[in-house]
Design a protein around this ligand. Structure first.
Ligand code: PLI
Length: 461
């Protein structure tokens, strides 16, 4: 293998067996799952690239820390340990744990919605963020640069905000009607694409000039910082932590699904820079929704593991291997002509299903069709990030169209080897070579909110 890809900066101390079941069985299981791989049992999956969320491997230091968990209902020692790490990394005054990212969203986002007709603007809302914006009675507006929609075009920071559009939206709607600007780093739905420091600064400056709060959705803030260090001029001598701290300084609130760059299986973070009133409101909401403010839905042992994981997630050696693994898979696919969001991002390779299956319209979910074909071909579970995930427009009830119809091959942290990724690449290449046979899908059951998790479908004959 090419030496350009950094080998694992760890050795394996414990293994979890996985097995490949026969293709004939996979065909039946997928049918029983309503052509929705979320309904498959994990033991029927060979290599699971559904998500990088909570699926990574913990280190020996994290497993050791678990034993130190203080499970007190109130005032747990583990809370104070985690609080000191979060405060050190963010330089924020207030910290509240949540059970995971969406737990943080559900208590924080409604605090910014104080009248009808308000909107949040993000480079791109993740699906749960969008759902909580809408549940809070607001609207979610995406505002990413156009380059992001041209998957073949190289741009080092495809997650960037479109600054002109941002100003236009604020002017059109009136700044009083903008509840907040959400910096999603990295930009998950666009391909795990980073946002540059220059763009983050310009976005925050615009927000400040209109008095609009800035919220970081930082599930993958360390990966974003790594890309800044690698790709943006002036940051080569900065540590990952220093870059992250520069980003935190621009915002008012930090929300994090700790299941990603926190290197834990469960957990969430709410950190507030200095707004005591907001902190008190969030504290009031967290008790009935998530739990007492010193655990917020997390067990003491999980807070211990997160305190360690947050720091390990900032290590450059680890990040280099992680980003290299994703790039390796992307390179394998590109060499075989498979269209992907290019360059590859932080946590996943996003295969361009619209380009692979132009014969399937968006409302028959081309990317879901590719995802299903891959499971049948090689037992690999991927996930659709496209019109199925986007759902329906809350005003018109129509399926939302998007040029970005992706099959996301999401790489769990410290879990699979380069050899696993080679198996994945071979499977995708076979599906790609057989792409004319792919068929669209229609619903047999469609839930109203976050439908992609539990929908049932069937292929259109
Ligand atoms: O899955 P949660 O509730 O811990 O986090 C929600 C969430 C918020 N923001 C972003 C950018 C996410 O990527 C995110 C969750 N992502 C998942 C589950 C994923 O598979 O990408």
């Amino acid at each position: 293998m090419n030496q350009n890809y950094k080998a694992e900066p760890y050795r394996i101390k414990m293994v979890e067996p996985i097995r490949e079941i026969p293709k004939t069985k996979r065909i039946k299981l997928l049918k029983n799952a309503g052509y929705n791989p979320f309904a498959l049992k994990s033991e029927d999956v060979y290599i699971d690239l559904l998500t990088d969320s909570g699926t990574g491997a913990m280190s020996q230091a994290q497993w050791g820390a678990l034993m130190q968990g203080d499970e007190a209902y109130a005032g747990s020692r583990s809370f104070y340990r985690l609080e000191s790490v979060v405060k050190h990394i963010t330089n924020y005054q207030y910290f509240i744990p949540a059970h995971q990212g969406r737990g943080a969203e559900q208590v924080v986002l409604p605090q910014f919605v104080h009248k009808k007709g308000m909107s949040f603007i993000s480079n791109m809302h993740f699906d749960t963020t969008r759902a909580h914006v809408e549940l809070a009675g607001a609207r979610a507006i995406d505002c990413v640069i156009d380059e992001c929609f041209d998957t073949a075009k190289h741009h080092p920071f495809k997650g960037n905000f479109n600054l002109e559009k941002l100003k236009r939206i604020i002017e059109d709607k009136g700044s009083d009607n903008i509840a907040g600007i959400i910096l999603t780093i990295t930009n998950n739905s666009a391909g795990g694409q980073p946002v540059s420091m220059e763009n983050l600064e310009a976005t925050a400056k615009i927000a400040r000039s209109y008095g609009i709060p800035v919220i970081i959705d930082g599930a993958r803030f360390s990966e974003n910082a790594y890309f800044v260090k690698m790709r943006e001029e002036g940051y080569q001598d900065h540590s990952i932590l220093e870059i992250a701290q520069e980003v935190f300084a621009m915002a008012d609130v930090f929300l994090m699904s700790a299941k990603k760059d926190g290197l834990v299986n469960m957990g969430g973070i709410i950190a507030i820079k200095d707004n005591e009133q907001l902190f008190k409101k969030v504290q009031g909401a967290i008790v009935p929704m998530e739990g007492f403010p010193t655990y917020g839905g997390m067990s003491g042992r999980d807070m211990e593991a997160l305190a360690v994981g947050l720091q390990e997630g900032l290590e450059e050696d680890y990040l280099r291997h992680r980003i290299d693994q994703v790039r390796y898979l992307g390179d394998q696919l590109r060499e075989a002509g498979v269209p992907i969001q290019y360059p590859t991002g932080g946590h996943a390779v996003f295969v361009d299903a619209k380009a692979i299956a132009p014969h399937i319209p968006y409302d028959q979910f081309p990317a879901q069709s590719v995802v299903n074909a891959l499971y049948i071909e090689s037992g690999v579970r991927a996930v659709e990030i496209g019109s199925l995930l986007l759902g329906r427009d809350p005003d018109t009830n129509e399926n939302i169209d998007t040029p970005l119809q992706f099959m996301r091959l999401t790489i769990p942290r410290r879990t699979y080897t380069y050899n696993h990724l080679k198996v994945v690449a071979d499977g995708v290449i076979k599906v790609f070579n057989d792409r004319k046979k792919l068929k669209g899908l229609t619903f047999t059951y469609e839930p109203q909110i976050l439908r992609h998790f539990t929908a049932k479908m069937q292929p259109i004959k």
